[in-house]
Design a protein around this ligand. Structure first.
Ligand code: FMN
Length: 198
């Protein structure tokens, strides 16, 4: 099988991770930077942004998320929520994914014909970015999951790490050393999902 398909198969959602990494922080940073650099963007606009949180910064993010959830989740449901957040906190680091909205606005002004498309293309490109990084982390033995607490935590994140106003938070990816394999994945019949005309 192709090496690329093997790498795609190797990427899974991992919720339970160790607070350790099989590779150095420098390697993690390099993987993120290279994956970002080589991810396609509409009009080559390059508006994806990533913040890498390691060590006490990672801990701070999940404490912040815990506190934000505690304020909105009903008390009887909070223990289950807190357990989930503790698992993310107990991983090694977190990536924050953003879209630079200033670039989208500029493109909308420059190309009014496509104005309504640029926000959609930006999201699509960010999804590709998230996957590219996820696949690259999996290759070096770092498991990850994709989380969406953006609306709850965006203003606290902005303040804590001096994030520019134009950067919109779209996803969080906690990652860490893989300690167990996820359940086997179930697949829909492929012939219902791909049509071939040859
Ligand atoms: C756009 C998108 C949004 C997702 N949002 C979440 C999320 O908010 N929380 C979560 O735990 N997993 C989230 N996931 C992960 C999916 O649940 C997961 O990829 C899917 O169940 C398939 O499992 P796999 O990642 O192991 O292949 C998301 C995945 C995608 C592509």
């Amino acid at each position: 099988m192709s090496q690329t398909i093997q790498l795609l198969q190797n990427r899974r959602t991992h919720y339970i991770l160790a607070k350790s990494s099989p590779v150095s922080d420098a390697k993690i940073i390099e993987l993120v930077e290279e994956a970002l650099k080589h991810t396609p963007t509409a009009f080559n606009s390059q508006n994806g942004r990533v913040v890498i949180l390691l060590h006490n910064h990672h801990d701070k993010l999940w404490q912040m998320t815990h506190d934000a959830l505690k304020a909105v989740v009903p008390a009887d449901q909070f223990p289950a929520t807190a357990e989930k957040i503790t698992a993310f906190a107990d991983s090694y680091g977190t990536l924050l994914f953003f879209e630079d909205q200033a670039i989208i606005s500029n493109l909308q002004e420059q190309f009014p014909l496509y104005a309504h498309n640029f926000p959609v293309w930006s999201q699509q490109s960010n999804g590709i970015l998230q996957n590219n990084i996820w696949v690259a982390l999996a290759e070096v033995g770092l498991g990850a999951s994709l989380q969406h607490y953006s609306e709850l935590i965006e203003s606290a994140v902005r303040e804590a790490w001096q994030i520019p106003d134009e950067w919109k938070l779209v996803a969080q990816m906690p990652f860490g050393q893989i300690v167990s394999e996820p359940d086997e994945k179930q697949y829909q019949p492929i012939e219902q999902r791909v049509k071939v005309f040859a």
